[in-house]
Design a binder for this molecule. Sequence first.
Ligand code: HMG
Ligand code: MG
Length: 304
Amino acid sequence: MNFVKITEVGPRDGLQNEKAIVPTDAKFEFIQALAKTGLQHIEATSFVKKEWVPQMGDAEELTKLIFGGNPIDPEIQLSCLTPNIKGYEKAVSLGFKEVAVFTASSESFTKKNINKTIDESITAFLEIFQRAKEDNVKVRGYISTVIACPYEGKISPDKTLTVAKKLLDAGVYEISLGETIGVAVPSEVESLLNVLLKEIPSRLLAGHFHDTYGMAISNVKQSLNMGLRSFDSSAGGLGGCPYAKGASGNLATEDLVYFLEREGYHTGVDLDALVNASSLMEKALNRPLLSRTYVAKSKAKESS
Ligand code: HMG
Ligand code: MG
C-alpha cells in the first residue's frame, strides 16, 4: 500500500511562526480551502498562553467558527495543540475530537517552550490521557528537537527513544518526530530511525521536518525508505524558525505532495486546490511564499 498520510500544520505551526497575526476570519477561510484539497488531517490551532504565542491567541474564536454554523467536512480530522489540561478542556468543550501534546528530547528546549522538565511535561499529560480516554478523544504526541536543539546542539537518538516510549505507553496513537530547527541531513535521520525502529513500529511514527536548509524532502525520502508513511507539512511552506533568521518554515505541503505523487505514492491531495488555499495566506501575510512547487504552479497558472 503506497498511501502516505499528510498532517497539514500550516494553520498552526506555519502561522505561529509568522510575524504578522492573521485575522481569525482569514484563518477560517484558509482552513475551509484546505478542507477542499483532499487533505484529511488538519492541525488548526493551539490552546496555549496568548503571551507565549500571540499568533494563536484567537484559538477559541477560530474553533467556534470551525465547529459553528458553517462547519468543516466532519470526515476531516481536525486537531489542535494542548500543552496541559486547561488547554485540553477548552479545546474539547469547543468540539475538537483530536488533540496533540508536545514535549522534546532536550531539557532546555522543553523548559523554554512549555516551562517544564521533560518528565514534568509527561506527568502533566497523564491527566489529558485519562480524560481523553473518557471523552473518546485521540491524542497525538510531538517530540521536538529529535536531531538537534538550538540550546544543546546535537541530540542523542536514545533521548528521543526514551520520551517516545513514555508517550506511547501513556496513550498517544502516533509520535510526530519534530526536527524543529531544520538542520538534519538524511544520515542523521537514518541514525535516529535505526534506534527508534528497534523498539517502535514505523506505523506509529511520523516525520515533522522543517526546511531551514532545504533538506526536508531528502529527509522524507530517507524516512520513507525506512518504512514511515506519515508526514507533517505546511501549505506554501508557511512559517519560519525563531532560531534561524529568514529561514523557511515547515516542509511545504505542495513540495511534499509533488514529490510523493511523482515517486508513485498516493496522498489524495489535489495540488491545484492546495495552491489556491496557500494563495489566500500569501495575500493575508503580504509576502511571497517560499515553496518551490507553489511558486512553479502559480507561475504556470498565471501564464496559462
Ligand atoms: P506557565 O506559565 O508555566 O503556566 O505556562 P502555569 O500552569 O504556571 O499557569 C500560569 C498561568 O497561565 C495561569 O493563569 C494559567 O491559568 C494560565 P493565571 O492564573 O496566572 O491568570 N495557563 C493557560 N492559559 C491559556 N492556555 C493554557 C494555559 N495553561 C496555563 N493552556 C504553558 C505553561 C504550557 C501554558 C506555556 O508555556 C505555553 O503556553 N507554552 C506554549 C508554547 C508553544 O505553543 N510553543 C509552540 C508549539 S510547539 C512547536 O511548535 C514544535 C512542534 O511544531 C514540533 C517541532 O517542530 O519540533 C510541535
Ligand atoms: Mg514544528
